[in-house]
Design a protein. Structure first.
Length: 266
């Protein structure tokens, strides 16, 4: 089975075929999602919230994400693996972005990187693409800027919709192979999707995007508490795991585990 590459994603847009992207941060999820046919896996800096226990993605570092990326790329046979460039690891200059992206490609074995920001990131995107690194953009709500944006808020309302399309077109012209658009009204995301030749991957951006992305712990119901509006829960792994742990502990307490079949009798 051949690896999913940039031209495959562009062909899917031409054919009007929608596809799903998921985050993955470890070997088993990468293996499972890859075998399920998910064409693109994202080692997101959402690992900050979903692996490392931070409240935001801001504290996430390159050292946090490179080993996770390597685990995911090593386990995924077919999926394209995209790694997030963490906050502070690419905004200083195109040179900084190239040095960071190079680490993800060399040490993380990533197939592509993703960075947040619109037209302002054009010099960074251009240098990475020139150097041979596929870049996915990310506009709309950009979690790394949440302290500037004032929290988790829908972006691109009203006049913001035109800015969104301008940013998306600038990223496409700079050479991005795809763009994530997060938490924007459906009509604004639809306008961006129509305006671009490259695939637009939505999260909280309505049904008209070329693709969708969700954080896997949200999609599979592993996280506790209330999920954002744009999440659909396809499983209840939290309950399943909690039940398993409870049953295991009870068996141990009662002395019914381990049984003879779990033991070396001689
Ligand atoms: O880090 C992440 O998981 C992301 C996706 C939600 C797009 O950036
Ligand atoms: Na991210």
């Amino acid at each position: 089975q051949r690896r999913i590459r940039v031209p495959h994603l562009h062909q899917m847009k031409e054919r009007g075929e929608k596809w799903a992207m998921l985050t993955a941060y470890d070997m088993y999820t990468a293996e499972i999602f890859d075998e399920a046919g998910i064409p693109v896996l994202l080692v997101g800096d959402s690992a900050g919230n979903n692996v490392y226990g931070f409240e935001t993605t801001v504290p996430v570092t390159v050292d946090h994400l490179v080993p996770l990326t390597r685990a995911v790329t090593s386990a995924a046979k077919r999926a394209m693996v995209v790694a997030d460039l963490p906050f502070g690891s690419y905004q200083a200059s195109p040179q900084q972005a190239l040095a960071t992206a190079t680490r993800f490609m060399k040490e993380g074995l990533a197939h592509a990187v993703k960075l947040e920001g619109g037209a302002a990131m054009v010099p960074e995107v251009e240098l990475l693409v020139r150097a041979g690194i596929p870049v996915m953009g990310h506009i709309g709500f950009t979690p790394q800027s949440e302290h500037v944006l004032g929290g988790y808020k829908v972006q691109g309302r009203g006049a913001g919709a035109d800015k969104l399309t301008d940013d998306a077109l600038a990223l496409e012209a700079a050479g991005c192979f795809a763009i994530v658009i997060e938490m924007v009204p459906s009509p604004a995301a639809e306008a961006v999707t129509r305006a671009l030749r490259i695939p637009v991957v939505g999260i909280g951006a309505g049904p008209h995007c070329d693709a969708q992305v969700l954080v896997w712990q949200d999609m599979a119901g592993l996280r506790g508490g209330r999920a954002p509006r744009f999440v659909k829960k396809y499983a209840d792994l939290r309950t399943a795991l909690s039940d398993a742990a409870t049953a295991y502990a009870a068996d141990v307490a009662e002395g019914t585990f381990p049984a003879s079949e779990h033991s070396f009798e001689s």
